[in-house]
Ligand binder design. Structure first.
Ligand SMILES: Cc1cc2nc3c(=O)[nH]c(=O)nc-3n(C[C@H](O)[C@H](O)[C@H](O)COP(=O)(O)O)c2cc1C
Length: 239
């Protein structure tokens, strides 16, 4: 059984005491209750520029933008479980979360650096889109080309009832759901739950179509623009 489990909760709402933050914090409490050490990352506190598409990351393993991203990258790569929490803005996750996911970038994707990790998505919205957005957040855990990740679950909460916004930090039922999600993630990590049926279509497509193409390109460019990708995969025995 895995020891020293680390779970990180990423909050992208600018409202520090908002509804998404309340649910992510409760999920972290659940994870902690199951024995994980937990870290909260409140994204708006970090200096985070937009990805410029330079692709330096796949060659160098780091981003040249002088901001806080490399600290976040370290936290993410060291975590066993990652809870992504975003408010629903314009029917999607918000721009801060999008920026963060883009900054994880091609290096994380090509190297499958979320491989073996467990993910979850949390979103709140006035309307019913929250579930869709929460599920969408878990999409980042579905493209492990060389090593797959797992999804422990998602939680989308419609906060508006009869024109009044519910406060998640006061809503026992919603807090319980978040707490259970955090607990479930740690139980998944402990039991190494492989979710054999999860993401089945993508997992069939990846080895037949995607992996050979990516592998060829990475090997061809292993001394150049894919140097960091190649070295990371090699170090983990994935190429
Ligand atoms: C810019 C903006 C866009 C929003 N777009 C949507 C939306 O498309 N659908 C929806 O149901 N709620 C929308 N909302 C409401 C938020 O999703 C809702 O208030 C959410 O719970 C806020 O989360 P927070 O308290 O964590 O910041 C929007 C709110 C803002 C400020």
């Amino acid at each position: 059984m895995k020891k020293g489990i680390k779970v990180v909760g990423i909050i992208s709402s600018a409202r520090f005491n908002g509804n998404t933050a309340a649910l992510v914090r409760e999920a972290l409490k659940g994870a902690e209750a199951e024995g994980a050490s937990v870290t909260e990352v409140f994204l708006p506190k970090y200096k985070l520029g937009f990805c410029t598409g330079c692709l330096t990351c796949t060659a160098e393993g780091k981003c040249p933008i002088p901001d806080d991203f490399e600290n976040l990258r370290k936290i993410i790569y060291e975590a066993d479980g990652i809870i992504l929490g975003s408010p629903t803005y314009a029917t999607e996750h918000n721009a801060i979360m999008k920026c963060f996911l883009e900054r994880l970038g091609p290096y994380t994707l090509y190297s499958s650096l979320l491989g073996g990790k467990y993910g979850a998505g949390i979103s709140t919205a006035y309307g019913s889109t929250a579930k869709k957005v929460a599920k969408g957040l878990t999409g980042v855990f579905k493209f492990g080309i060389f090593q797959r990740s797992y999804v422990s679950g998602f939680l989308g909460i419609n906060t508006m009832v009869k024109g009044v916004e519910r406060r998640m930090d006061k809503d026992i039922d919603c807090l319980n759901k978040a707490n259970l999600l955090g607990r479930k993630m740690v139980l998944d990590i402990k039991s190494e739950n492989k979710y054999p049926l999860q993401n089945l279509i993508m997992r069939l497509i990846i080895p037949i179509f995607l992996k050979p193409v990516f592998k060829k390109s990475i090997l061809r460019n292993k001394d150049g623009r894919e140097r960091a990708t190649y070295n990371s995969l090699l170090k983990r025995g994935l190429i």
